[in-house]
Ligand binder design. Sequence first.
Ligand SMILES: NC(=O)c1ccc[n+]([C@@H]2O[C@H](COP(=O)([O-])OP(=O)(O)OC[C@H]3O[C@@H](n4cnc5c(N)ncnc54)[C@H](O)[C@@H]3O)[C@@H](O)[C@H]2O)c1
Length: 338
Amino acid sequence: MAILVTGGAGFIGSHAVKHFIERGEEVVVVDNLSTGHRAAVHQQATFYEADVADSARIETILRNHSVTAVVHFAAFSLVGESVVLPYRYYRNNTCGTLGLLEAMDAAGVKQIVFSSTAATYGIPDEMPIRETTPQRPINPYGHSKLFVERILRDKVLSDAEFGFVALRYFNVAGAAADGSLGEDHDPETHLIPIALQPAIEKRHCVTIFGSDYETDDGTCIRDYIHVEDLCDAHRLALGAIRPGDARFYNLGIGRGFSVKEVIDAATRVTGQNVPIELGERRPGDPPVLVAAADAAREELGWQPQMTDLDEIIGSAWRWYQQHPDGYADAATRSADNG
Ligand SMILES: NC(=O)c1ccc[n+]([C@@H]2O[C@H](COP(=O)([O-])OP(=O)(O)OC[C@H]3O[C@@H](n4cnc5c(N)ncnc54)[C@H](O)[C@@H]3O)[C@@H](O)[C@H]2O)c1
């Protein structure tokens, strides 16, 4: 009996694999390493370099390991790239997931936790955003994920034994408390790692895209959730799935921080000034995105532990101090060690 984690070499997936293994689960990882890192995969996980779209291979993996549930992180997630290369996103995120679901069907695996996103809401009608807030994505990335939510709903209607939980993440941040894992994206588009990069001389300054929004300090506000709290929600979601379930939960801490607040926190945490430049607003950036995450708390019993911005950024900072070149240096170290 094992859990299959797709995208387990990526930022969030690698933390989830560690989380499950430390709680006694047998974990199998499928990742094509398109954006992930082999060195990020926990040594006790069984790793397959494979694409989720390869249904035949995935079916064999599911059968060979008697997999009972899938946690599906594998996807592309650069919003701007999705606008330029929409087919790439629909192919990988939507069609790729179909390949995975067909393999699950063939192997009789009936449970999945799916990584969805706040990007499915687009520019929301209400704040904070509830699970019932209308979903109107404004880019192909958001649509590619919303289509998967639709496919999963339809599957439940056609198969009484199937059940799923779709978790709509807000801004995921931080790193493993023991400093073993962290965020290593290329290009990096997430604000917290970007705000830390000047302190490790990987960036000259941080561009603030828009400082004239109708917020207290004029910059955009986002809801940051620590990656380990996110993993805990996945564990709880997996335990909660029952046949016929079609559940959707927002995952955020329910409180927003502005771009300037994040930069101020990065200055406090690193003890170094973060140089900034003011840029234009980016099209499609809503001024405020904050989750109403009561449903996950009430129905899954989820309780995020890291709600202090300095603590969240502090955990990321520990990772960057130890791994200024990300997993590149981890790979070099393990090669050096034979
Ligand atoms: N990071 C965030 O703030 C955030 C917010 C909302 C939703 N999400 C979602 O969470 C998931 C994980 O995000 P992340 O930040 O860890 O991204 P990531 O790029 O670090 O990880 C994705 C992993 O999936 C793998 N992958 C991609 N396509 C694949 C395929 N076809 N077959 C096999 N492996 C494949 C990549 O190699 C990578 O290891 C994604 O589905 C993303 O859309 C992330």
